[in-house]
Design a protein around this ligand. Sequence first.
Ligand code: GNR
Ligand code: NI
Length: 174
Amino acid sequence: MAKLPIVLAPDPVLKAKAKPVAAVDDSIRRLMDDMLETMYAAPGIGLAANQVGVLKRVLVLDVAREGDAPTPMGMANPEIVWASDELSVYNEGCLSLPEHYADITRPKEVRVRYLDRDGKKQEIETDGLLATCIQHEIDHLDGVLFVDHLSALKRNMILKKLVKLKKQRAEDGE
Ligand code: GNR
Ligand code: NI
């Protein structure tokens, strides 16, 4: 496995729509494994392929609490086939928007269809943090960031700070 660099906003790859995978083959499994290693090291509870610069509809998740046994999940071509009318608010963060958090409203429960690490069709219905995280990751695959759910004022404030952070990191790296 390999840890991959995480792309920070603003970046065109985070605004792009990822393409479906034709099949879950060894290269997609390797991508899922590398993304899991990257996510655990960050640490984070989810990661979408756009965030490591790959425009394929692949995401990984693990919402297990610290101290509990890990529950790594890999999904290819995930699709929300049903969402509840009931909404929930969660204070979201994103590895591509470090040190910024905001309350985001989304459907409380979702039913998701996807291909698992073995290429097997799966469908799960879930709520709570897992439902929030799956929606956050599928947004990434569609080129959408959590700040896109905020007002332009709040979004631009966060993005301006990130431009500064990226400049700083580029200078530090020189
Ligand atoms: O690690 C993460 N935490 C998180 C918290 C609330 C809602 C969504 C997330 S996902 C985020 C990792 C990430 O950026 N995934 O794309
Ligand atoms: Ni994110």
